[in-house]
Design a binder for this molecule. Sequence first.
Ligand code: PEP
Ligand code: MN
Length: 263
Amino acid sequence: LAGNDWKKQPTVVNVKDVEIGSKKVIVAAGPCAVENEEQVLTTAKAVKRAGASLLRGGAYKPRTSPYSFQGLGEEGVKILRRVGDEVGLPIVTEIMDTRDSNIFSQYVDMIQIGARNAQNFSLLKEVGKLGKPVLLKRGMGNTVEEWLQAAEYILLEGNGNTVLCERGIRTFEKSTRFTLDIGGMVAAKLMTHLPICADPSHPAGKRELVHSLALAAVAAGADMLLIEVHPHPEKALSDSEQQLTPESFEVLMNRIRTLARAL
Ligand code: PEP
Ligand code: MN
């Protein structure tokens, strides 16, 4: 169902009035984690002004260490919903557990499946059943084929509104946090009718690299970008090194528009 042989024309995924996979490069931006309402509101206003179309933010955080900030959970989702409504941006946030599906179907516009759950097949099936647009990250150890097979689980439940997100894979290279697989992203785009998103923030690991990776992804044909922005990145409770300031995000948005016009 995810393959080009099954459906010839590109799929456009609608998240409220935002069209992903149409002409324009859609940018989802916001903090790594929802920390409090003021932080999300400040960020949301800034990214909207700069031209973002969706507000991102993690409420249930898949942290490598159990001692790290785990996110605000349901309260975080409700903060995102309130801010999204106030500012006028649809929201995208990650689900980690099938037991939270009611919260997500009630409050969330686009449901993210994170890299660490990319092959959690019961979660993929559950999210497929919810019928909301899905942003499916590629597992950091998954081949492009495995990534498409993961999408297949969602599509098989009758939910074709799925966007694939390349977020970097594990390689031997240590100079970046993960290796953004631009080649794999382009290969995926040739194999599927689904829109492709790139997350330049997590593979970068440091904010100095985020602009270049974002622009590379746009040049390679990404339909969407997912970018972490925090009003005070140095104080962020997670992924402090890679989040952009609102000012830097605005500069990046201008660069993206200039590049997109040239393509
Ligand atoms: C995220 O986007 O918030 C996130 C946790 O990313 P990933 O699943 O790609 O690590
Ligand atoms: Mn993060």
